[in-house]
Design a protein around this ligand. Structure first.
Ligand SMILES: Nc1ncnc2c1ncn2[C@@H]1O[C@H](COP(=O)(O)OP(=O)(O)OP(=O)(O)O)[C@@H](O)[C@H]1O
Ligand SMILES: [Mg+2]
Length: 321
């Protein structure tokens, strides 16, 4: 086996150039222009997991610094560096000296900035100001609303989105070709549904599936992804609509055990599936979705997941009676 056979696919297929970063066209265009001019403001990358925030930052560094990118790029994680003091020391050490080679600045990539408290963010703001001469910051977060205004106003803000279906399909095809996998149309749909536009999740599920079989079907995907097949969830809901509470409950238990699902996984899938039941009128759908929200909240707060799920099924029966 080649060493690359052991590689994690999220790294193996990490885009190395701007045109390989999918689904964020506007952002890529603007960022590429900064790199061309060798001039760039501080950047704030906001958006969900696995959509290219870290990837694009690495591409910026590689394109800007070429072979010297390692020396001029520092990656820190705000949530595991034990607080802002550690970050400040590391930033100071790195930013003290000019960029290595003929470059106007170094780049510091700070991941998960929304994990910092407001006070820590104030300290970060001052740090950014102190080192503007030698450094540009790329800050990354899931929610830009959690970043204090003085930081936002010092950065160009970019909002990353989950990848659209087309782009997810393109990535699936590229990997399938490279790995000699056969993936049918239904399996592609399933991969998109489960990944919800998150490329990391997509590539991890593909890699786990490929370890089982070269011929990847829907079943394989649902079995590795800890997700129920939409049909199973649908059958359970149909039973509720018919008023067969006990059968619905059995189906729930069977589905959860089959796929090793947690309560929160189930709720998410139930909530998605409710919209797809054609025979239900919208008002009932809304009532059911509202109940999903309530149950999810109680589970997150620590309530017993089986009790919550059973109560949810009971409510579905009542709404449809
Ligand atoms: N836009 C994209 N185009 C192509 N591949 C992508 C894209 N986004 C992510 N990927 C793939 O998913 C992997 C993880 O992406 P990345 O590390 O950029 O996520 P992120 O947005 O930084 O997420 P997090 O918020 O969890 O850090 C990449 O290594 C790459 O393989
Ligand atoms: Mg990241």
């Amino acid at each position: 086996m080649e060493p690359e056979d052991f590689a994690i696919w999220t790294e193996k297929y990490r885009p190395q150039d701007f045109d390989e970063v999918k689904g964020q066209d506007e952002i890529v265009k603007r960022v590429e222009a900064f790199v061309k001019k060798k001039n760039m403001p501080h950047l704030l990358f906001a958006g969900p997991a696995g959509v290219g925030k870290t990837t694009l930052s690495l591409v910026i560094a590689k394109k800007l610094f070429g072979s010297r990118w390692h020396e001029n790029f520092l990656e820190l994680n705000a949530s595991d560096e034990r607080g802002i003091d550690v970050i400040r020391v590391k930033v100071k050490d790195f930013a003290r000296t000019r960029a290595i080679g003929d470059f106007p600045f170094k780049i510091i990539y700070l991941d998960e900035c929304d994990a910092l408290t407001k006070d820590a963010q104030q300290a970060l703001r001052r740090t950014m100001e102190n080192y503007t001469q030698t450094c540009r910051f790329i800050l990354s977060c899931n929610y830009s609303s959690k970043i204090i205004d003085p930081i936002q106003s010092r950065c160009s803000v970019f909002r990353f989105k989950p990848l659209p279906k087309e782009d997810i399909h393109k990535i699936i095809e590229k990997i399938a070709k490279h790995e000699s996998l056969h993936i049918d149309a239904k399996a592609k749909e399933a991969l998109y549904e489960i990944s919800e536009g998150d490329c990391r999740k997509l590539e991890n599920i593909m890699q786990s599936s490929a370890a089982i079989k070269d011929k990847i079907t829907e079943d394989v995907i649902y079995s590795v992804a800890s997700a129920a097949e939409p049909k199973e969830i649908n059958d359970m809901l149909e039973l509720c609509i018919k008023g067969s509470f006990l059968n619905a409950k059995d189906k729930l238990l069977e589905t959860m055990l089959n796929h090793g699902l947690a309560g929160l996984d189930v709720i998410k899938q139930v909530q998605q599936q409710i919209w797809k039941i054609e025979k239900l009128d919208n008002r009932k759908k809304l009532e059911m979705i509202k109940e999903c929200g309530e149950a999810e909240f109680r589970m997150v707060e620590g309530s017993d997941e089986f009790i919550q799920l059973e109560a949810l099924l009971a409510k579905f029966v009542l709404i449809n009676s």
